[in-house]
Design a protein around this ligand. Sequence first.
Ligand code: 5RP
Length: 299
Amino acid sequence: MADAESSLKEYTGIDPNKNFHLDVPPGKTNFHVKGMDNVDWGMKDRLSRIFNPKSGNTLMLAFDHGYIMGASTGLERLDVLIPELAEDIDVLMATRGALRSCVPPTFNKAVALRCTAGSTVLSEDVTKEIIGVDIEDAIRINASCMAVQTFLGTEDEKNSIENLVKTINAGNKYNIPTLGVVAVGKQMARNPQFFSLATRVIAELGAQIIKSYYCEDFEKVTAGCPVPIVIAGGKKLPENEALTMAYQAISEGAHGVDMGRNIFQAEDPKAMAKAVAKVVHEGYNDKAAYEFYLDMKKR
Ligand code: 5RP
C-alpha cells in the first residue's frame, strides 16, 4: 500500500489552507435531505421514510451485528428486543435473515437492509465482502435503503468499491437509495483526513447516504460531503458520553445517528433510544438528553 498518511495529507488534509466555507449554510433547497433535490419521486419517498421531514434527521437502530458476530451481547433475542424499541426509532438497520425471522412486518418502519456479506469474526480478514442480497430481494423486503460496507485503503478496496457501485446502479434503477458505510480496517487511521476522504469518495460514487464515524474537525467532514452523513455508534460508551457524541455530531452537521451497541447494550435500552431521539429530532443538548435518560430509567 502507498504511504496512506502522506497521500491523505497531500490530497485531503484538513488544514487551515482549505476552505470549507463553514460560515456559508448549504444552499437553500426544496427537499429536506441534503443533496437530494434532483432525485425522482420514489427515491424522495424512501428518503422521507428515513429522514424525518420535520427535523431532517434520522435515528437508525443498527442490529446487523449477527452477520459477523453471531448472537452478540444484547442481541441474543431479537424477537424480544426489537418490538420493545421499534416505536422509538425511525429505521431498522438489519439483515434480511433477522427481519424475516424476528421482526414483525407491522411496525411500518423504514429498513436499511444490510446487503454485503463475506466474513465473520472467525475470519482473519473481515474486509473481504461480496454483495449478499440482490436487488429483487431488497425490493421484496421493501428496503428503504441498501447498506454496503466499504473498506477504503485496504487490499480489498477495489472489490469493496465494486460492491458499492453495483448496489448503487441497481438501486438507481428502482429508486432505492444506497447507504455507503465507511468501514475502518485495522491498518487505517481513524482521523479526520481519512473520514473526509472516505465520505466524499462514497458520495461521489453515488451513495445517497453515508454512515461514518464522529471525529475531530467533524464539521469540515460534513461540509465537504454533499449528501447526509449519519454517524456510527461504535463500541459501547457510558450513556452520557454516547449522548455527547450524538449531540456534537448533530451540532456539527450530521443528519442522524445509526447506533447499535450504545442503545441495545445500555442499562436501559428503551430509555436510551428515547434520549437519543430527543437529540436527533428535538434539539436536546447532551446534558438535557442525559437527564431525560435518567428520568426515563426510573420509570
Ligand atoms: C459497522 C456496522 C455494524 O454492522 C453495526 O451497524 C454497528 O453498530 P454499532 O457500532 O453502533 O454497534 O455498520 O460499520
